[in-house]
Design a protein around this ligand. Structure first.
Ligand code: ARG
Length: 457
């Protein structure tokens, strides 16, 4: 079709500059909304006929035409054109080409402003459902891992220094808690996404006797927007999704980082599956955790997309502004990145090999039972501050001797405090240290078991 022949070209004398066409077109990005655009248009056409705004015959033609277009797009036969700016006008142009002037009636009582808001909501609703499913999968995989390795003890860290022994399962379940909150955030977002904006027109509403509730019902929306100005200018639902995704990536990047650290020779707590690692083009011995590194790295773009959209939205006057077209890249790329990363992390967690002897050995050194020695004395009437100082002096002696606390003889220990008895040795074992942390939320086996049960694994 000749340039200048725009769907909105009536009031123009000169045709759009070629460079402007290229600059403003979004078709290469928003073509992936085609299914949602067609679904929304079909519902709109049905409503128009039901309200006798167009005839049933016209509506049938429109619906048939739109379904044919759907097939064209899916089989790669659709003639996309940047001249028609975006997916909405590409489809409308094609519809009129196929069915004649009835196609021109589809846009009655509708603007691209409420149309694009609808498409974005339909798209994100679908993505959110998939993402919630993928989140559940990763959560389930972590919980399964926690169950499989019940009893494995590892060092727990603060400041990346050995702190206190914990169950490996308890550590994995920490991620389950994070992902559970992520899931709740995504679900809350879904509720706010699931509202129909169509029927708001360009910004002021429409003069036609439309039935918005009917369209909402056809499209499975829980309700309709209450203010037309807000409905066409609001992108809070995207900001919420991008925020929830950014927080999710805080969690994924921490898990990725731990897998990277743990799989290093220095830690040696886990071995990553060969099929999920890559080699070096130069160093023959290398096995690199690239998948985990990329999840960690992709966190950058997810954070960036949130920042981009916040900046796009800030200070925009009501209602629609073309700036809003820039919401698509952040949304699409975030959804793609979230889905792909959740899937990859699930595979890693499912296939990671846990080296429990290495973990246990690491848990036995590093004086992680120093707190327990202090607790032991505090339990025998020594005030905790004094007990803490005393245990510190014991650690210093062990550092000099290059031995563990439990390798000191009872006589040597008694020199620090006469309150120390023979039962201290059992008290100081990592197993006992873990077992004693029974207060709700602590690492004791019974707590971890109970949590696993609550999670249904
Ligand atoms: N491609 C546009 C977007 O994504 C569609 C809405 C255009 N509306 C307008 N008034 N130019 O935002």
């Amino acid at each position: 079709m000749a340039r200048g022949n725009k769907l909105w070209g009536g009031r123009f004398e000169a045709k759009t500059a070629e460079a402007v066409e290229a600059f403003t077109a979004s078709i290469e990005v928003d073509r992936r909304l085609y299914r949602h655009d067609i679904e929304g248009s079909i519902a709109h056409a049905k409503m128009l006929a039901r309200q006798r705004i167009i005839s049933s015959r016209e509506a049938r033609k429109i619906v048939r035409g739109l379904k044919a277009i759907l097939r064209e797009i899916e089989s790669g036969r659709f003639p996309f054109s940047p001249v028609d700016e975006d997916i909405h006008m590409n489809i409308e142009r094609r519809l009129t080409h196929k069915i004649g002037s009835a196609g021109g009636k589809l846009h009655t009582a509708r603007s691209r402003n409420d149309q694009v808001a609808l498409d974005m909501r339909l798209y994100l609703r679908e993505e959110l459902r998939a993402i919630i499913g993928a989140l559940e999968d990763l959560k389930g995989e972590l919980a399964q891992g926690a169950k499989r390795h019940l009893g494995v003890i590892m060092p727990g860290y603060t400041h990346l220094q050995k702190a206190q022994p914990v169950l490996f399962s308890h550590h994995l379940l920490a991620y389950v808690e994070m992902l559970q909150r992520d899931r709740e955030r995504m679900s809350a977002c879904l509720e706010r996404v699931n509202v129909l904006p169509l029927g708001s027109g360009a910004l002021a509403g429409t003069t036609f006797p439309i039935d918005r509730a009917y369209v909402a019902k056809l499209l499975g929306f829980a309700g309709i927007s209450k203010n037309s100005i807000d409905a066409v200018s609001d992108r809070d639902f995207l900001l919420e999704f991008l925020s929830a995704s950014a927080i999710l990536f805080v969690h994924l990047s921490r898990l990725a980082e731990e897998l990277i650290l743990w799989s290093s020779q220095e830690f040696g707590f886990v071995e990553l599956p060969d099929r999920y690692c890559t080699g070096s083009s130069m160093m023959p011995q290398k096995k690199n955790p690239d998948v985990a590194e990329l999840v960690r790295g992709k966190t950058g773009r997810v954070f960036g997309h949130l920042h981009a959209l916040l900046t796009i939205m800030k200070g925009l006057p009501l209602a629609y502004n073309r700036d809003l077209q820039e919401d698509k890249v952040p949304l699409f790329d975030t959804a793609d990145t979230v889905k792909a990363s959740l899937k990859m992390m699930r595979e890693l967690v499912r296939r990671v090999k846990v080296k429990k002897q290495r973990m246990l050995a690491a848990a036995r050194d590093g004086f992680m039972n120093a707190t327990d020695l202090a607790d032991y004395l505090a339990g025998r009437g020594v005030n905790f501050r004094a007990a803490h100082a005393l245990a510190g002096r014991v650690v210093r002696l062990c550092l000099e001797r290059r031995c563990r606390i439990e390798e000191l003889s009872l006589g040597e220990l008694k020199r620090f405090s006469p309150k120390i008895e023979k039962d201290v040795y059992r008290y100081l074992s990592v197993e006992a240290a873990v077992q004693r942390r029974r207060a709700a939320g602590g690492t004791a086996l019974a707590n971890v078991r109970r949590r696993l049960k609550e999670l249904g694994v």
